[in-house]
Design a protein. Sequence first.
Length: 152
Amino acid sequence: MDLNGLYQEIILDHYKHPRGKVVLEAPLASAHHVNPTCGDEVTVEVAADDHGHLVIGYQGQGCSISQASASVMAELLEGASVDESVSVREAFVAMMHSQGNSEPDEDVIGDGVAFAGVAKYPARVKCALLPWMALQDAEIKAGLMAPKEETR
């Protein structure tokens, strides 16, 4: 199997078997983002555990790219520190803005590397970034990170 085929399987697995697709009982904040171009929607909620690590939940609907991206994000960042979240998000965003010309670091973005091929298609980049931008806004609303750290 070629690498692109493996990446497609990862995306489809996250789409068909989403991780972290839950409503949190007591979120600190949430952010709802919509991609009006294609109708993708996601609401990301954040909370912090007793150690200040992230608890993430999301709900959404849309294409396999946006929903798989939300699943990857939730799985990857659950239990992470806010600093780790920022680093991972920045790496994912950089990969998505590379137009397919970067070598993503699987050690940093885990299954997020499956979206490297998506970066070649500008119309699909917004789909993949939708949950990550919602997470960033939820972290800011919750006071977990300062707005000056935005990665848009």
